[in-house]
Each structure stands twice: as structure tokens, then as C-alpha cells.
Design a protein around this ligand. Structure first.
Ligand code: HEC
Length: 98
């Protein structure tokens, strides 16, 4: 029984989550609810759709003008479709949070 519990916990520990993607790629420049180098996730969640968020992360250089920025300094990342899906849901989970 204990063995089964340990086994399942370790599977969950290795599972990719939006929070892990955030900590791996975004944390240096974005925080959840506080302004950092880039805008906070709650602010992004309040004004963007999931499709817009995914498009921005996939290619800041082709999206920044549509988002109202004069230039972009965000790193071009190369996330998988799964990582994009998880991180955009993670960002949207901060909608309405202070
Ligand atoms: C090198 C710092 C840096 C990293 C790393 C970075 N960003 Fe950004 N991000 C920015 C900055 C600065 C902006 C503001 C516009 C610009 O410069 O592109 C921005 C803008 C954005 C926007 C658009 C904001 C809006 O107006 O709606 C989204 C969405 C976003 N980032 C998500 C992410 C996610 C998710 C990650 C990690 C997978 C990430 N960024 C990694 C710096 C960064």
C-alpha cells in the first residue's frame, strides 16, 4: 500500500504543469500578480484570450504591435504545444486575482 502511494506521488511529481513551465521559462521576467520586467499574469489574464496568449508566447516578434507595444524585448521561446496549452491556462487562472 505504501509502495503504491509512493509510486503514484512520484508520477504526479514528474507530471508537467503550467506552474512548472512558468518557473522554468517565465519567472525571471513575469510574476503572477506583481509587475516584474514583463506584465503580471493577472493583468494579462484580464485582457487577453487563450489564443492571444499562446500566439504571443509562440512569437512575440509577430504579435507585439497587435498587443500595443512599440517594441518587444521578450525572449523568443520554443515551447511545445502542450507547454503552450498549460502555460496559457496557468496565466488565465489568475484572472480577477489581485
Ligand atoms: C526576457 C524576459 C521575458 C521572458 C523570459 C518572458 N517574457 Fe513575456 N514579456 C516580457 C516583456 C518585457 C513583455 C512586454 C512586451 C514585450 O517586450 O514583448 C512580455 C509580454 C508577454 C505577454 C503579452 C502581455 C500582454 O500585453 O498581454 C505574454 C502573454 C507573455 N509575455 C507571456 C510570457 C510567458 C508565458 C513566458 C514564459 C513561457 C514569458 N512571457 C517569458 C518579458 C519576458
Amino acid at each position: 500500500m505504501i509502495f503504491i502511494l509512493l509510486f503514484t506521488t512520484s508520477i504526479f511529481a514528474n507530471e508537467l504543469t503550467g506552474e512548472k513551465v512558468f518557473k522554468t521559462y517565465c519567472w525571471g521576467c513575469h510574476h503572477q500578480t506583481a509587475m516584474a520586467f514583463g506584465p503580471p499574469f493577472n493583468e494579462i489574464a484580464n485582457k487577453r484570450t487563450k489564443a492571444e496568449i499562446e500566439a504571443y508566447i509562440a512569437s512575440p516578434k509577430s504579435m507585439y504591435e497587435a498587443f500595443g507595444y512599440k517594441r518587444t524585448v521578450m525572449t523568443q521561446l520554443h515551447l511545445s504545444a502542450k507547454e503552450l496549452d498549460l502555460i496559457s491556462d496557468y496565466i488565465l487562472s489568475f484572472k480577477g486575482k489581485k
